[in-house]
Structure formats: structure tokens, C-alpha cells
Design a binder for this molecule. Sequence first.
Ligand SMILES: [Zn+2]
Length: 242
Amino acid sequence: MGTGVELSDLHRNAVLATFDSDRLDRLLPHIQIDFSPIGHVAQRAGNPLSHIHFPLDSVYSVLAESEHGAGIEVGTVGSEGLVGIAGHLGARNSRQTVVCWCAGDTAYVPVAEFLQVTTEGGPWHDAIDRFTDYLLIQTAQNVLCTSAHSVRARLARWLLAAHDRYDCQQFSSTQESLSQMLGVQRPTISDTAARMQREGLIIYRRGNIEIVDRVALRQIACECYRVVHQALTAVRDAGRPS
Ligand SMILES: [Zn+2]
């Protein structure tokens, strides 16, 4: 068994929770759990994909990046899924850069060991398929959101999702991280957040945002908030024992 790794820890992740005891016994010697601080890079685009990461209560942001380093969030991954789905699909290198934005524990296992124990079909394949579908929904919705919705509506969407998606005690909402998540310049984030603060919707303090008027933010947020939230609820409910 991996040092200090308990089964109850692993069951906090919806995909690992579908593994039977035999499979977990085979996986345990290779699993480690670490605390992921904000900014921890699980994968970098183009680099060899060495490990699959399973957030236990951390949350990661999947970023598409240009050659010049500009990035935009194309999806988020929490305890409902895994970071490194490309490894499961046979890729050797990471497709995107994946960065932690909500600090918490993460379990990780070498790709080779993960593939060995998941070659046979079972409930884990259904869980991975459900999560892959959820990631595709997020990606499609984010393309629509970026091209069709205002920065104000998108910021409201992001803040609501960050606030209610996870029991996240410590998450990154600095202008720099928001600018990267939403793919807009920092002054645009600054102006938009300042207006929301004047309207009494949020408090912007020491680079972090606190929600004051959730109902009003809900009215401002674009429909993408509801679509992705429903998809997340569905993937979580499907993984729960009936
Ligand atoms: Zn939108």
C-alpha cells in the first residue's frame, strides 16, 4: 500500500470509487496523495504525460494555450473526474496545461499502472466515459460562451460556478487568474469587477472576490452556468450508488 494512502481517501474521487477491492489493491502500491496548492501544474501541454491525477477535494483548470503563452480555460476537473484523460486514450503527451485553482488533496498514479488495471471492462469504464462526456460538454459550451456572451455575463458565470461547484475553502480569483480563465485582458477584468462591486454584487479584497448578492449574479450570468451545472450534477448523480 502506498505510504499513508487509505481507501476512504481514494473513495472521495468518483472514478476511483468505482474500482473493486482487487483492482484497488493492485493500484495502491503506485498511488500517492499530495496536497495541491493553488498554481500547481499537473500537466504541461506537449510534455510527456507521466501520471493520471485524481482530485480528492482539489479542483484543476484545463487551459488551452497559444504559442505565445496566452491561455483560456476550456474545462475544470474536480473530484468527479481525472486529469489526464488523454493518457487513458493512449496519448503519450499532454494536450493541455492543467493548473490547480482550488487547493486540496490529489491522488496520482503512473499512466502505465493505471492502464494495466483498467484494461478489463467494468464500472470504472462507465465512470470515465461519463466524465469524458462531461468534459466535452464543458469544452463546447466554453467555445459558445467565449464567442457569444459578454465578459460581465461570463465573469458572473465563473464566480457562481467557483462558489457553488465545490466546497472550496481557498481558490484563486486574482485578476491574473481570472484574466487567464476567461481569456481577456486584466484591465477588462478589473473594470468589470469594479462595476460589480459598485453595484453591491461582490467585494473585491486583496485580489480575491467574495460574492455578496448571489441572486443578482444569477440573473447576470449567461445560460452556460446552468448548462454546465446540470451536466456536473448528472455526472455526479450517475456515480452515486443507487
Ligand atoms: Zn456563456
